[in-house]
Design a protein around this ligand. Structure first.
Ligand code: G6P
Length: 611
């Protein structure tokens, strides 16, 4: 979270930084700011609110210059205010710092700096870095930054400029992502390559503990002790059009509609011609570990955790390997008992979520082998894993994750089938049935996308649109779908939504049921279909407003429900992919009908790089 962009070259840094910040606004948007160096002077403009507020301020206080840094903030320390907005400065206002992360020892450092006479103007942890750099500055910014960061504990990606050393831009990272972009007579820094794809595709992904002196015509990477570091230049192959809305009113809707293609990409080339085997690129993990591992432990956050819950059912049912699943922030702080022969699997769209990354590192320290499912190529989690299954979902910008979720489910299905085949718990015919079913999923998603009538109707219906609260219920494979449906609705429409196991409802949630409560049953054809029909009856007997997501042809269910949205038939293990689509669309259209900001929901950030 928090977006960082920096530029040094011949053009006006302000235009390039604002363009980059627009592409990073999904990371946080409660305040924004920009600093540039003009003729040896440091000038800054900061503003509370979204980037538009900064832009209108820049109209009355124009800035320009050949180097600068900018930031869009997701507040951690200190309320969103102009004083707390980045960039932060040292005392003579010659140094400007933008930061993503949390400096854990900022109070202790702040006390020492105050004793030395430094005055603080904000409540942020970031300001400490600006004063520390000033403390160590002797004419060379790169040296001062490296020295200052030796005193810092916590997570950071920073960009720094200084009017006393104007030819350089300094970047450094530990725990939060940062890329350096290399152009012709110009260089960039950004917290996400998407911010600079318009200008260059040649990037360096800084590693933890590295600092980079970025110049117009080159760069130098050191560790904090000043030891030179070798980093390969990588070429980003995303298409810039992926970072634009392509005619859709919101990124979320565009990404929902991309799902047929995304699933085709996720499974493309990974299924054998006769559909009976999974074929990974370049040998995934040590084959013997996949064949003999005794346990899999999944760690993830948010939507990725919901995908993990489906993954647990898939792997246990198809491959008969016991699976534990944890929310990453809990995993790290419990007594970790990781037996030998365990695979720890991190599932993550961004590959940068701090909790997931720390969980991965904790597992690695205890000797686990790490297999990750990651969307963002070159991300920290991808780099620190022993093996990576890439989701191939392309850039996801909508804060509410959609296409990455269904790509995770498709990849988990491939993995479960592969494990099942290797461990002989799945016959070739069973594998073929599932893999053939998986290949038909894109067409079936398209069918749902082409027939949104009942979804649009529900989203416009005031019983759903104006509800204060909603309950999502499912059993088995559909319980994670219920959790994901509830998350989507609350994230973007601010309707309180809760998800429950439909069988567990009678132990608590049923107390909430009134004739004002929408209850959404995820009820595709399944082994527990009759049980869920009984649960529907229990809600009906208490006058709840019932919407069911059911399988085409299940006409019987309609008599028990107020509304039904049908999805195409498929093997039960694949139903979470199809059932997710109407729930994404329902949340999307309810949010639009309520006038909410779909792509920039309140208080959320796409990539959460703080614990
Ligand atoms: C944030 C996002 C969610 C996402 C979660 C995990 O909370 O808003 O959409 O599911 O982080 O992100 P990851 O990148 O690890 O999948």
């Amino acid at each position: 979270m928090c977006g960082i962009v920096g530029y040094i070259g011949e053009k006006n840094a302000v235009d390039i930084i604002l363009d980059g910040l627009h592409r990073l606004e999904y990371r946080g948007y409660d305040s924004a700011g920009i600093s540039v160096l003009t003729d040896g002077e440091l000038d800054s403009v900061r503003s509370v609110g979204k980037l538009a507020a900064l832009e209108s301020k820049l109209k009355t206080t124009p800035l320009s210059g050949p180097s600068g840094i900018g930031h869009t903030r997701w507040a951690t320390h200190g309320v969103p205010s102009e004083a707390n907005a980045h960039p932060h400065h040292d005392d003579p206002q010659a140094i400007a710092v933008v930061h993503n992360g949390i400096i854990e020892n900022y109070l202790e450092l702040g006390a020492k700096l105050r004793e030395k006479g430094f005055e603080f103007r904000s409540e942020t942890d970031t300001e400490t870095i600006a004063h520390l750099i000033r403390l160590y500055f002797e004419g060379d910014l790169f040296t001062a930054v490296k020295r200052a960061l030796q005193d810092v504990r916590g997570a950071y990606a920073i960009g720094v400029i200084c009017s006393d050393d104007p030819g350089v831009l300094v970047a450094a990272r530990s725990g939060s992502p940062l890329v350096v972009g290399l152009g012709k007579d110009e260089s960039f820094i950004a917290s996400d390559a998407a911010a600079i794809l318009n200008y260059t595709r040649e990037v360096l992904y800084l590693e933890d503990g590295q600092a980079c002196e970025v110049r117009r015509d080159g760069y130098t990477v050191h560790d904090l002790q000043g030891v030179p570091q070798q980093l390969d230049i990588q070429t980003v192959d995303w298409d810039q059009s992926q970072a634009e809305k392509g005619g859709y009113p919101h990124f979320m809707l565009k990404e929902i509609h991309e799902q047929p293609e995304v699933i085709r990409n996720t499974i493309g080339g990974r299924i054998s011609k006769d559909h009976s085997e999974v074929v990974w690129e370049d040998g995934l993990l040590d084959d013997s570990l996949l064949e003999t591992c005794d346990r899999i432990m999944i760690v993830a956050c948010g939507t990725a955790w919901h995908a993990g819950l489906v993954g647990k059912r898939l792997i246990e049912s198809l491959a008969k390997v016991p699976v534990e699943i944890d929310i990453a922030s809990e995993f790290r702080y419990r007594d970790l008992l990781i037996p030998p022969n365990t695979i720890v699997m991190a599932i993550t769209q961004s590959g940068e979520t701090a909790d997931t990354l720390q969980a991965l590192r904790a597992a690695k320290n205890r000797g686990a082998t790490i297999l990750s499912l990651v969307n963002a190529i070159g991300s920290t989690i991808a780099r620190e894993s022993d093996a990576v299954i890439y989701l191939r979902a392309g850039l996801e910008i909508g804060v509410a994750s959609t296409k990455a979720y269904t790509a995770m489910l498709a990849a988990l299905t491939l993995l479960a089938v592969d494990l099942g085949r290797r461990r002989k718990s799945l016959t070739a015919q069973e594998a073929t049935a599932l893999l053939t079913g998986l290949q038909q999923v894109p067409t079936k998603i398209q069918e749902i996308l082409d027939n949104q009538g009942s979804i649009l109707q529900c989203a416009a219906d005031n019983r759903f649109r104006d509800a204060n609260s909603a309950l999502f219920l499912g059993r088995g494979y559909s319980l994670p779908t219920a959790l994901e449906g509830a998350l989507k609705l609350k994230e973007i429409s601010y309707i309180h939504a809760e998800a429950y196991g439909a069988g567990e409802m009678k132990h608590g949630a049923i107390a909430l049921v009134t004739d004002k409560l929408p209850v959404i049953f995820i009820a595709p054809r399944s082994a527990t279909h009759e049980k869920i029909i009984s649960n529907i009856q229990e809600v009906r007997a208490r006058s709840g407003i019932i919407l069911a997501i059911a399988t085409q042809g299940d006409t019987g269910i309609a008599q028990h429900c107020d509304e039904v949205i049908y999805i195409p038939d498929c093997p039960e293990p694949l139903s979470p992919i199809l059932a997710a689509i109407p729930l994404q669309l329902l949340a999307y259209y309810i949010s639009v009908n309520r006038g909410c900001d779909v792509d920039q929901p309140r208080n959320l950030a796409k990539s959460v790089t703080v614990e």
